[in-house]
Design a protein around this ligand. Structure first.
Ligand code: PLP
Length: 353
């Protein structure tokens, strides 16, 4: 008898999630995992130092109340509408563990965030992928009710496209579905609207957020969900008791409170996103306007994989995505102005050579 025989069958049969390459620091210009290219708020770093000096011998606050109070005030909700997690991936795990029973179905748009499928597989649930149309619009099937559905994920803005679905559409989808709708707003801080307050109108809407992208804190691991109070109460039962550590609670709270840092950073990212988008178009790339901190593109005359490899040889990492039954492309994160101009120098030489 081997230990492996005891591994649940769905786990044995699934592939694990593979995240974007994280090479040794400094080796590459990293434009592949949508991190913020700028360092986070100094106030966040100070708060982390402070917590490291004073708080490590005792358990952290199991409900991250300081963060929830601060975030609630900023977002126009109550602390009871918020639950925190070890990155928003932890929140997505809590949500699937709460809602998704074995044998049920999880609906996701395609192509989108690959982790949703992994989370469904861990629960022994199946995944129903509804393809975006060629303009990255959702077909009507996406909102159709189905009694086998236990959860629907909608990343908004979507990755890899950076495109969005309007709040009116989100409400329409939520009202037709007979199950919870998770709007994954990992990139919403870079967008022109968000769904934070929609749970007040439609209580099957749950919004998730992360500090990894718009606050430059991917290494800290902090995310949260916003939903109606009774839903949050259920999620609290499922989370690990101390799922956020003292350093991350302190850092995350200081980071969201530092509005000048946030406003300035957002402005820079949106400006550089515009340069990235325009530059790619001038080089003949097919692309789509993005409301996130990355741009999705494809070149009509050059294979995406070839461009990815050439860039990598020149120490620039972008994300090459090849989606079965869809096609491939490059997802390029917004970097600093210097990083983007280095990118264009290499791309120009490949494309004109
Ligand atoms: C980056 C990302 C996340 C995860 O963020 P973490 O908080 O770093 O776990 C969740 N959803 C989408 C769509 C993302 O791109």
């Amino acid at each position: 008898m081997s230990t492996l025989d005891f591994v649940r069958r769905n786990i044995r049969e699934m592939d694990g999630y593979v995240s974007g390459e994280q090479p040794a620091a400094g080796k590459y210009i990293k434009l592949n995992t949508n991190e913020n290219p700028f360092s986070p708020s100094d106030r966040a770093i100070d708060a982390i130092h402070d917590a490291a000096s004073n708080k490590l011998n005792v358990y952290p606050d199991a409900s991250s109340s300081l963060f929830r109070r601060t975030a609630a005030e900023l977002l126009g909700v109550e602390p009871a509408n918020i639950i925190c997690g070890n990155g928003s991936d932890d929140i997505l795990t809590i949500l699937t563990r709460t809602f998704v029973s074995p044998g049920t179905k999880v609906r996701i748009p395609y192509p989108s965030y690959i982790l949703y499928r992994t989370l469904a597989e861990i629960q022994s649930a199946s995944t129903e992928e509804v393809h975006f149309d060629n303009d990255w619009k959702l077909p009507v099937e996406f909102k159709q009710a189905d009694e086998n559905l236990s959860l629907v994920f909608l990343p908004n803005p979507n990755s890899p496209s950076g495109t969005t679905v309007s709040n009116d559409q989100i409400l329409e989808i939520a009202k037709e579905l007979n199950c919870p709708l998770v709007v994954d707003e990992a990139y919403a801080d870079f967008a022109s609207s968000n769904a934070i307050e929609l749970f007040k109108e439609c209580d099957n809407i749950i919004v998730t957020r992360t500090l990894s992208k718009s606050y430059g804190l991917a290494g800290l691991r902090f995310g949260f969900a916003i939903a109606s109070e009774p839903v949050i109460e259920q999620l609290f039962k499922v989370k690990d008791s101390y799922n956020c550590d003292a350093l991350s609670i302190a850092g995350a709270t200081a980071a969201i409170a530092d509005r000048p840092w946030f406003d300035e950073n957002r402005k820079k990212i949106l400006e550089i996103r515009g340069q990235l988008y325009e530059g790619l178009r001038q080089l003949g790339f097919e692309t789509v306007p993005s409301e996130a901190n990355f741009v999705w593109c494809r070149h009509p005359d050059h294979e995406s994989r070839f461009l990815y490899e050439q860039l990598k040889q020149n120490r620039i990492l972008v994300r090459f995505m090849d989606y079965p039954n869809w096609g491939d492309g490059l997802r390029i994160s917004v970097g600093t102005e210097n990083q983007i101009s280095a990118l264009f120098t290499i791309l120009e030489s490949i494309i004109s050579g």
